[in-house]
Design a protein around this ligand. Structure first.
Ligand code: PMP
Length: 432
């Protein structure tokens, strides 16, 4: 065990899990690659769990932050006017497609979801909330209340009264064989059933990830949320789209994940990639909802000048370079390659993805059962070959990958080659 790992184990809680038999320390990064303490370089297909949205050491972001640092102002407070906040909020409000939108900045996705839930429950005067099975929305009291993924939920007691829906459960035996239309109809029936039988009274909101992140990049068929929204609208139930993983063009086919469903939500929450590594999150929502709280509020460090400078430079970079189109192009190449490989490799139970957000599920070829041990093997194999990947899903057998949106076609081909080679090696081991 390395000295740093021993020290980590001594002072960091054991629920802060680290990847790999021999965890790595990343000491530098450039472009879409990082270097560990031993000097080994990796193509980064996980990008700090989607935080390094445009890669590492991006001059535009570094210079924007340096310009702000040079003013001597790292932080003041929201009791003064903050130009960076206003400029970024204007851009995000416009991109959101939400009418008369306003933006509130936080330091994390957890805090953003907490704010959204606060607004929704206050506006609707009820603590009842709908969420999706296998969801992950953060680590605080409310956010964990709407989280259902058991490996992340712990044994929390929720301040909210939460009802969980199907909708990311295509893998279950009762849904697996259905076509999209039938599956959506079944999910709508489930929603109606929950509203009619479980919920005694008003419901504040449905909170959902358009593509579940921690849940293993579970894809809801396009149109599912439009069908949900029709039912929600009948009762004035608000819809919160958690875009922490799916925002800013990541899915290729839309700028925000929920737009794949033709839905304009009442609120969207965001974090992770926006600051390209700097801590920034927030909520963009209908102005009337945003204004409905009567107390004074602030997030001391939320929307601080440094984060705003980084976020504005990152967002401009994404838009100026049309990285949504790049995500669509490079992602389609990788997903097609993975599907091809999946056809001949019995350990591959499923390949799914949208843009630069794709997953491979590993199974026991004999039984079709989830094979988390094979996912662990994959992590070691790809590490050896110089590629960082992620894993997750309900059973820990979903390999999750989300490279920076700046991925080049050459890097896409290189990464695909490493992934397929690792899958072939493991498949051969299982077969022998
Ligand atoms: N929502 C989603 C969909 C997430 O994936 C995460 C983080 N994995 C969060 C919320 C919480 O964000 P943070 O870790 O910044 O609090």
């Amino acid at each position: 065990m390395s000295d740093l790992l021993a020290r980590h184990r001594a002072v960091i809680p054991n629920w802060v899990a680290v990847y790999y038999d021999e965890p790595i320390e990343i000491v530098s990064g450039k472009g879409n690659r990082v270097v560990d303490a031993s000097g080994k370089t990796y193509l980064d297909f996980f990008a700090g769990i989607l935080t390094n949205m445009i890669g590492y050491d991006v001059p535009e972001v570094r210079e924007a932050v340096e310009r702000q640092l040079a003013t001597g102002v790292v932080h003041t407070s929201t009791v003064y006017l903050l130009r960076g906040q206003v400029e970024l909020a204007e851009k995000i409000a416009k991109l959101s497609g939400i009418k008369d939108a306003k933006v509130f900045f936080t330091n994390s996705g957890t805090e953003a979801n907490e704010t959204a839930l606060l607004l929704a429950t206050y506006a609707r005067k009820t603590d009842q909330v709908l969420a999706m099975r296998q969801s992950y929305h953060g680590r605080s009291f409310g956010a964990i209340g709407v989280t259902s993924n058991r490996s992340w939920k712990n044994n929390s007691y929720s301040p909210l009264n939460v009802h969980f829906l199907h909708g990311a459960d295509r893998h279950l035996p009762q849904f697996r064989a259905m076509n999209d239309a039938d599956y959506i109809a079944a999910c709508v029936a489930d929603l109606r059933h929950v509203l009619a039988t479980t919920v005694g009274g008003d419901v504040a909101a449905l909170i959902a990830e358009p593509v579940q992140g921690v849940g293993g990049f579970t894809m809801a068929p396009d149109g599912l949320f439009a069908a949900y929204k029709e039912v929600l609208d009948e009762q004035g139930i608000l819809f919160i789209s958690d875009e922490v993983q799916t925002g800013w063009g990541r899915t290729g086919s839309a700028f925000f994940g929920i737009q794949n469903h033709g839905v304009t939500p009442d609120m969207m929450t965001f974090a992770k990639g926006l600051g390209n590594g700097f801590a920034v999150g927030g909520i963009v929502a209908r102005g009337d909802l945003m204004d409905s709280l009567h107390a004074t509020g602030l997030a001391t460090f939320g929307g601080n000048p440094i984060s705003m400078a980084a976020a504005k430079a990152t967002l401009d970079y994404v838009l100026d370079h049309d990285l949504q189109a790049n995500a669509a192009r490079t992602g389609a190449h990788i997903i097609a390659g993975l599907r091809e490989a999946g056809k001949r490799l019995p350990i591959v139970g499923d390949v799914r993805g949208k843009g630069l957000m794709f997953a491979v599920e590993l199974v026991d070829p004999a039984t079709g059962a989830p094979a988390p041990a094979l996912a662990a093997r994959f992590m070691e194999e790809t590490k050896k070959a110089g590629l960082l990947a992620g894993k997750g899903g309900l059973y820990g057998n979903a390999l999750r990958m989300a490279p920076p949106l700046t991925l080049t076609m050459d890097e896409a081909a290189e990464g695909l080659g490493i992934i397929v080679a690792a899958l072939e090696t493991i498949n051969a081991e299982v077969a022998s």
